[in-house]
Design a protein around this ligand. Structure first.
Ligand SMILES: Cc1cc2nc3c(=O)[nH]c(=O)nc-3n(C[C@H](O)[C@H](O)[C@H](O)COP(=O)(O)O)c2cc1C
Length: 166
């Protein structure tokens, strides 16, 4: 693995996140967990290169990220790891040790979990968590379309501290 700069990261976030997906991983105490995400973004905020992730209230990963300072975003080869992404996106870490069952090689950079098999890993420092709630929707249909169950998203903005490429 080698470190690359954000400017050298030339992939489109639309296809990378939207079509090929990513894992969000965090560790709190002795629990490490990952979940699949296909909504979010990469950009610039407060003069820093950042990732935007949106995590619903119900996710176990939210519980972990809320209590940690760092998390990672991992991008895997979608074709090879599609089944893993689906598993990580269908089962909760509350119910199963998903990482052990996935067979992925779990590594740590300090307290931040990541995986040997990922094509790219972004190590992030949590800068901000902001709940996304109906009061702020400018388009009314967003509520009924996406939150019939009131399981709202929370926006996490993470400063990209380091990008590793396989
Ligand atoms: C392709 C795909 C994309 C997903 N994107 C998101 C997302 O952006 N935000 C979110 O909260 N959940 C998303 N999910 C659902 C979570 O990954 C899923 O609920 C997972 O089981 C949560 O795991 P956890 O409870 O261990 O955190 C997605 C699932 C899949 C399959």
């Amino acid at each position: 693995m080698k470190e690359i700069t954000a400017l050298d990261f030339i992939h489109s976030p639309f296809s990378l996140i939207g079509n090929e997906w990513m894992l969000i991983s965090a560790k709190q105490g002795n629990r490490t967990n990952s979940m699949t995400a296909s909504w979010g973004g990469l950009g610039v905020m407060w003069n820093k290169n950042v990732v935007y992730t949106v995590i619903r209230d119900s996710r176990f990963t939210k519980q972990l990220i809320d209590h940690t300072d760092t998390f990672s975003i991992s991008f895997f080869d979608h074709e090879e790891y599609q089944k893993m992404y689906q598993y990580m996106g269908a089962v909760s870490g509350r119910d199963e040790d998903k990482i052990s069952k996935s067979g992925l090689s779990l590594l740590y950079d300090g307290e931040t979990p990541y995986f040997g098999e990922a094509e790219y890993t972004m190590f992030c420092r949590k800068l901000c968590c902001s709940p996304i709630r109906p009061e702020s929707f400018a388009v009314e249909s967003i509520g009924p379309s996406f939150y019939g169950d009131k399981d709202y998203h929370n926006l996490y903005i993470g400063e990209i501290l380091k990008i590793m490429s396989k």
